[in-house]
Ligand binder design. Structure first.
Ligand SMILES: O=C(O)CCC(=O)C(=O)O
Ligand SMILES: [Fe+2]
Length: 277
């Protein structure tokens, strides 16, 4: 497993928040501890078999749907199909998103067949470990996309940002009950060089973001405090962290770095978890 600064810091005893917890199975208690901020990232090593990661990665990379994010055309990160973040409340884009969601959930599943896709494995396990179960997030009374494949073009980085669902809902369809949003990434292929996930401890409000921003999506690196986690993912790892914390992916070379990704919504310990992309 690739170990950055973070692994060494697990042994720190002078703080109550650990940068990273590394484990081998997904448990309810670790999810609760993660949303409560006891550690910044939860890493489940060898979550998906390495040999299968490479096999599925090769198949997924052939999907013609890979394209850069509509809202970040200058960032060399591609995903399979539109994510909710890209809709920005535009009725035509929302329509496209929901139509594509239905098609892409099936396309990804069929691409992985006869194997269980990494995201389907995560969906089933979330349902089984969480007392109130887990289900697709539903904002507009329609099933959302979950489980994009993501590919980082050579030398590109994902600059520091937050992922906050409420900021992408511009109509009044949010029920306002989401307490935390987690990013979940299952890595299929690591880059030979770079591609570390970097996470800061801070969770800026939108007003604070505006003061630290360099454009409408990203933070100015120079205005940020030192980060807490620098983690080089390995194929097969599942990493979860609060996507409201500032996070970034360092430039990668000789990959491409490929992962499957979704968000997990938390509304309290007795409420179902939700997931979407
Ligand atoms: O690819 C990664 O390591 C994290 C990407 C990211 O920004 C996210 O999952 O929210
Ligand atoms: Fe993110």
């Amino acid at each position: 497993m690739g170990v950055g600064v973070a692994r060494k810091e697990v042994t720190r005893t002078d703080v109550t928040t650990l940068p990273i917890k590394a484990t081998t199975v997904l448990t309810r208690q670790d999810l609760v501890d993660l949303v409560q901020g006891k550690f910044i990232a939860l890493c489940i090593t060898d979550y998906y078999p390495k040999w299968l990661c490479e096999q599925l990665c090769k198949r997924l990379l052939k999907l013609p749907e890979f394209a850069r994010y509509l809202r970040a055309q200058n960032v060399g990160v591609q995903r399979t199909g539109m994510t909710f973040f890209e809709t920005k409340g535009d009725p035509a884009l929302l329509e496209q998103y929901y139509a594509e969601a239905q098609r892409m959930r099936t396309t990804i599943r069929n691409t992985c067949f006869p194997y269980l896709s990494p995201i389907d494995k995560l969906r089933v396990e979330l349902e089984e470990v969480w007392f109130a179960g887990a289900r697709l997030e539903n904002i507009h009374g329609r099933p959302m996309m979950v489980g994009i494949a993501r590919m980082f073009e050579d030398s590109f980085e994902l600059p520091p940002h937050q992922d906050v669902l409420a900021r992408d809902i511009v109509d009044n369809s949010s029920d306002g009950t989401l307490l935390s949003q987690l990013s979940a990434n299952i890595y299929l292929r690591e880059a030979k060089f770079g591609g570390e996930l970097e996470i800061w401890g801070i969770k800026p409000s939108y007003q604070e973001f505006l003061k630290l921003a360099c454009d409408d999506l990203h933070f100015d690196q120079n205005k940020l405090p030192p980060s807490e986690v620098l983690y080089k993912p390995c194929a097969g790892d599942l990493v979860l962290f609060d996507s409201g914390r500032v996070h970034a992916v360092r430039p990668s070379k000789q990959g491409p770095r490929v992962s499957m990704s979704c968000f997990v919504g938390y509304r309290g310990q007795n409420m179902p978890l939700t997931y979407w992309s």
